[in-house]
Design a protein around this ligand. Sequence first.
Ligand code: SAM
Length: 436
Amino acid sequence: MSDEALTLFLPCAAGVQDFLADEVHGLTGLAGQDLLIERGGIYARGRWRDVMRLNLHSRLAQRVLLELAHAPCESEDALYALARRVPWEDWFGTRHTFRVDVTARGSAFKSLQFAALRVKDAVADRFRERSGARPSVQTQQPDVRIHLHLDGAHASLLLDTSGEPLFKRGWRQDKGDAPLKETLAAAMLAASGWWQPARRAVAAQPLYDPCCGSGTIVIEAAQLALGLPPGGQRRFAFERLPLFKRDEWQAMKDEAEAAARPAPAAPRIFGSDVSHRMVDFAQRNAERAGVAQAVQLRGGDALQRQPPCAEPGLILMNPPYGERIAVAGKAGAGKETGWKTGQGRETFQTATLRRGDENSPGQESAHDFFEQLSQHWKTHFGGWTAWLLTPDTRLSARLRLKESRRVPLFNGPIECRLLRFELTARRPANAPGPAA
Ligand SMILES: C[S@@+](CC[C@H](N)C(=O)[O-])C[C@H]1O[C@@H](n2cnc3c(N)ncnc32)[C@H](O)[C@@H]1O
């Protein structure tokens, strides 16, 4: 069983599939017909070892699913028959608990819940027929999750080898109002070119997030720079399956640990945030993630902070946007917001920027934030490249900069773009003009 060829499906956020294919290729060597790209995921033809390896190392996949059946299926009875033919007993036993989740795209089934129920019945009936007993259903924290995917006239049955989604790395226990998913932060690192997943390499350039919040971007970057696997601190559903071999898994984890690189003498990855409470969160998260030595985190307004190092690098950020997260600091105006800190109360001037609210009071200061940010960057960050993730279609206009690249990425259901801006230094007013 453990050396059989398996069909794996790795779902990811829409827009991330090409980077994920690069990552899977870099981690497993799979290519060509063994690696097929779909919108929102990739299919890979691998072995059990690849399942463990992808769970441990993938930063872009949401899960690693094992496809056990895929067939045309247009009625509940056909679905029941399909699920009954799957040799579930090869994967789990009657002492395990399970649940069935369902997703659909253009399916003809009237009730998705009923479709899931038919699969559950088929699994239970197959076990009962073979052993006289059946595994029980458990909706909270089951041992085994079965995914039913209905796509047009086809049904797929997949076994989830991950359990908790892979963006849950285990280190983020402190988070702000609008934390970025770890998988999306990793996608930003890949889309910006700072991380090259196919080569399993990161750029030598310094990296800076001036609105770092709980530190997701900088921590993902630092783990990559140190060669730490994203799944090194968590458990996976496959560890509960009968074919799981603890010694093989431990050897794979030991190998990953041995490949880790020491932190450089001076950090090359920097984060700052106007909220000192966020900086504390980011610091604690960095410690749990094992990267505290590789990042430098500071408090401060993005409109005032100077470059964190002499050499120009890459700014990567998702700036404040929307109702939950407001621009604060120098450009903030209007309503005052208080955030609790360990020492007492921290107050900021804030202004919220949201769609369809362009002319309301306070908007001017949120607009000001981006205008002032680009002025600040032109004055102090000449030679740097800035990448900003935003759902705001007018961000370039607000910054008064023209983007040199735009990569569509989805933040859950929200369509965003990652925009690249080359920051050229503004010529001081008294500098000599070009020779006549
Ligand atoms: C969308 S959140 C970033 C979330 C972050 N990527 C994370 O994963 O937690 C925006 C952050 O910008 C910060 N912020 C707002 N105004 C700022 C300013 N003027 N200077 C620096 N940071 C600011 C907020 O405190 C917030 O943490």
